[in-house]
Design a protein around this ligand. Structure first.
Ligand SMILES: Cc1ncc(COP(=O)(O)O)c(C=O)c1O
Length: 368
């Protein structure tokens, strides 16, 4: 593709950091891991960060450390990457879905309120595409500590809600460093951030086989540590993240300007004085999404669909819980319309113009 959907960065500085870590540190739990955790906590404005081998494990272990168990339910969105709900299932709990607001594709607190019960011990909002969920309302639903909130920030590194970064609102905020995210560690990786020291220590123990010392274990944990080499790459990426996020915001502003005259295309919600998204994805909506995607790809412009099948309609979720079409109409509606356009920090204005031109051509030349 002439213009890819995403373009992860791996430069000389990251290469040197990786080689240095491999040569001078323990492969697992080396010095870089702890430095990365400290720096990431500082970046998020929280006291503690615990790295994991993936975002999914960060979410799962956060729920377990918060005491969410098999008798409990966790309210989340059906319109996310499947790992959000999987983490709840793998923590031994039951996901309960609440439909999204079709404008921003994030969980709608109105629907979340309707599914609350005594069994609901946690809420897991997702800041989808890097756009912050309605945290004020979600935190209200948690009712002063009766329920915990675990923020799924896997697509929202550095996004701000008011003057605070996402991840610092809930009991725990969880991040993914998978290659296509706003920052990566050169492979899979994750991070759980929290202000609660006890919870941080519990997650740290769970990710390391439940160890209290080298040979002693007082919890059933898993092997979900971040490798030192990945942490070393992550540290370099983290230093560049703010600049990269600003470049993504600038790209989004240009897309907004160039596409705003098209009736057929609905644009993602913009930044406001209160909300500062990080545009992990720039997802437009079109009723003719599939033909538009094919048209753009014919011109060498790669597009993506995040996500064509809402979680409740995935075969495994239908089988486990009996979900069917029509259960979450807003999520089903947006899953048929969303189209992610190329978005990455190095995306040139001229490339954004080419994408926009392709969309304009499609809208004017083809029948609606
Ligand atoms: C919203 C969301 N939640 C959870 C995850 C899981 O993260 P990971 O792939 O690092 O396990 C992802 C990553 O793709 C994601 O986008």
């Amino acid at each position: 593709m002439r213009i890819p959907l995403a373009k992860p960065v791996f430069d000389e500085e990251m290469k040197s950091a990786a080689v240095e870590a491999l040569q001078n540190e323990k492969f697992v739990m080396g010095e870089s891991v702890f430095k990365f955790e400290e720096e990431f906590a500082q970046f998020c404005g929280v006291k503690h960060a615990v790295s994991t081998s993936s975002g999914t494990f960060a979410l799962q272990l956060a729920l377990q450390a918060l005491g969410v168990n098999c008798k409990d339910k966790v309210v989340t969105t059906p319109f996310s990457f499947i790992a959000t709900a999987n983490s709840i299932y793998c923590a031994g709990s039951t996901p309960v879905f609440a439909d999204v607001n079709p404008k921003n594709c994030n969980i709608d607190p109105q629907y979340a309120k309707q599914v609350l019960s005594n069994e609901v011990k946690a809420l897991m909002p997702v800041h989808l595409y890097g756009y912050p969920a309605d945290l004020d309302s979600i935190m209200d639903l948690a009712e002063d500590g009766k329920r915990v909130v675990v923020e799924d920030c896997c697509q929202a590194h550095g996004a701000k809600y008011g003057n605070r970064k996402v991840g610092s609102f809930g009991s725990v905020g969880c991040f993914s460093f998978y290659s296509a995210k706003n920052m990566t560690v050169g492979g899979d990786g994750g991070m759980a951030v929290t202000n609660n020291e006890e919870v941080a220590n519990h997650i740290a123990k769970l990710r390391d086989c439940g160890r209290i010392s080298h040979y002693e274990h007082d919890l059933i944990g898993v092997t979900a540590r971040l490798n030192s080499v990945n942490a070393a790459i992550g540290r370099v990426q983290l230093r560049k993240l703010e600049d990269w996020n600003n470049k993504r915001r600038a790209a989004a502003r240009l897309y907004n300007k160039l596409l705003s005259d098209l009736d057929e295309v609905e644009l993602p919600p913009s930044e406001t004085a209160e909300l500062s998204p990080v545009y992990h994805l720039y997802a437009i909506k079109s009723k003719r999404r599939d033909t538009l995607k094919a048209y753009l790809e014919g011109k060498g412009i790669q597009c993506g669909i995040h996500y064509p099948i809402p979680i409740h309609l995935q075969p495994i979720y239908r089988q486990l819980y009996g979900y069917k079409e029509g259960d979450f109409p807003n999520s089903e509606g947006v899953s048929k319309k969303v189209l992610s356009l190329p978005m990455y920090p190095e995306l040139e204005p001229s490339q954004i113009e080419q994408v926009s031109q392709g969309i304009h051509e499609f809208c004017s030349q083809t029948l609606t």
